[in-house]
Ligand binder design. Structure first.
Ligand SMILES: [Zn+2]
Length: 450
């Protein structure tokens, strides 16, 4: 009894832990309410059949002691297009005064979730009633995403942030070299980045409120014959972390996994296994020593135009006659644009940086970014713990490095068909992206290695 009394007195006299931040959380279930067309695999021929895991949109708002705020939104979706994120950013600016650099959207790139138009629009030519279901879904999704941004900002409470990195080993480079060129397969010797950055958000009482973590690997354990809605390994890892850390919101960010696949893949068991191994790695890191994150928060955002290789009307007139339905469809779209005298020559590309004190910087790139970008960025900016996310703010197409572009294959050439882009990028794609990265990081005070 005496010991208990002493303990209670000690607790009562403990000073509240000093915090430099406030953090707020929100999430909504965004699982489609009806069977719906699923994205990611061109062979889909009917709508979804049931649900394996629920899909969520989650938001984390962080405010520093100078009232600078950022909101990070993660989604169990194939890829949010700019049409949606631009609209939401404009609304968030008006309603909450959030600048574009203060709002980050990331997509887990699940291939067992709904089509999110206009992402990958050339992949499916859908008619009613499927088309109407997708339009309804997109309308509701916009509202849900806006709701969680406001809810997370409305939930701001004193918080401590800490950061660490661990690793998980199931991602493998998928650009297999064959006598006929690069194909989607396994390339065990190819570049990978197995790091798993982890940001822990704790309340003033020390309780774990949120776990934000990332991995560079396509969320494609479940292949094209799977018709149950799910968030694949990323969803299983979030489920597992929320089950083992009761009360915490787990949020997955997809890093530069453009040319990385989970290995092995193909079954629900594989997706569960990868989810568990990622959650285990994150869980172990949370039990270890994390670096406290200090204020201030700094953010920057810019858009750069990336150029496509030269293309001509004649080339698409020829392509429109091909038996490949996807290429013929793309060619018709391109010819229509030539007719309107506005062929696609460039695409706008978003680059964002959010710097958390001096502890780490989240560099968020648009598109399906291949791993070379993460490896090069970390080498060029080694003084900062750089977390390089892809699939952020707009997933307009793949972003190959110059190496990948020269080698060819799916990420460089073939995928452009499904994204409704005119063809591969011009040879300066990597340099243009890195110029934008350098400028954006400079604006948050992160400089290149001398
Ligand atoms: Zn992809």
């Amino acid at each position: 009894m005496r010991r208990l009394l002493l303990f209670l007195i000690a607790c009562a006299t403990l000073p509240a832990q000093k915090t430099e931040f406030r953090a707020g959380l929100a999430k909504l279930d965004i699982t489609p309410s009806v069977p719906i067309w699923m994205s990611g695999y061109a062979n889909r021929d009917h709508p979804s059949e049931g649900v394996l895991t629920r899909l969520y949109a989650k938001a984390l708002a962080v405010e520093d002691n100078k009232r600078t705020r950022v909101v990070i939104v993660t989604t169990d979706l194939i890829g949010l297009p700019r049409a949606i994120t631009d609209e939401l950013s404009a609304r968030a600016q008006k309603q909450y005064g959030l600048g574009r650099s203060q709002l980050l959207f990331n997509s887990s790139h699940t291939h067992t979730g709904p089509v999110v138009r206009p992402n990958l629009h050339t992949m499916y030519e859908l008619h009613e009633p499927e088309s109407a279901k997708l339009n309804d879904y997109a309308v509701k999704l916009r509202e849900d995403l806006f709701t969680i941004i406001g809810a997370a900002l409305g939930d701001l409470k004193p918080a401590n942030l800490s950061f660490t990195q661990t690793t998980a080993g199931f991602a493998i480079n998928r650009r297999e070299v064959t006598p006929k060129g690069i194909r989607l397969g396994l390339n065990p010797g190819g570049p990978v980045d197995h790091s798993v950055p982890v940001l822990a958000v704790r309340g003033q009482d020390g309780s774990l409120k949120a776990i934000l973590y990332g991995y560079a690997c396509h969320n494609t354990t479940l292949t094209g014959q799977h018709y149950k809605i799910s968030g694949d390994y990323a969803a299983y890892s979030q489920q597992e972390l929320e089950a083992t850390h009761s009360g915490a919101q787990a949020m997955f960010i997809l890093l530069c996994g453009g040319d990385q696949n989970p290995n092995p893949r193909g079954t629900e068991e594989h997706a569960i296994q990868h989810g568990k191994s990622l959650a285990d790695a994150v869980g172990k890191s949370l039990a270890g020593k994390l670096t406290p994150v200090r204020a201030p928060l700094r953010s920057a955002f810019q858009t750069v135009d990336l150029r496509f290789a030269i293309h001509t009307r004649e080339q698409f007139e020829k392509e429109a006659q091909e038996s490949n339905v996807f290429r013929a469809r793309r060619a018709r779209e391109m010819l229509a644009l030539y007719d309107q005298r506005r062929p696609i020559r460039t695409t706008p590309y978003p680059v964002q940086a959010i710097r958390f004190g001096s502890e780490f910087t989240l560099l968020a790139l648009g598109g399906e970014v291949v791993i070379d970008y993460a490896l090069r960025a970390k080498k060029e900016f080694p003084h900062h713990q750089l977390v390089v996310a892809g699939y952020s703010n707009d997933v307009m197409c793949y972003i190959p490095s110059l190496r990948v572009l020269k080698e060819g294959g799916y990420e460089a050439v073939d995928s452009m068909v499904y994204y409704g882009m005119p063809g591969p990028f011009a040879d300066d794609v990597e340099e243009l992206v890195f110029d934008a990265i350098t400028r954006t990081l400079r604006r948050v005070g992160v400089e290149k290695k001398k």
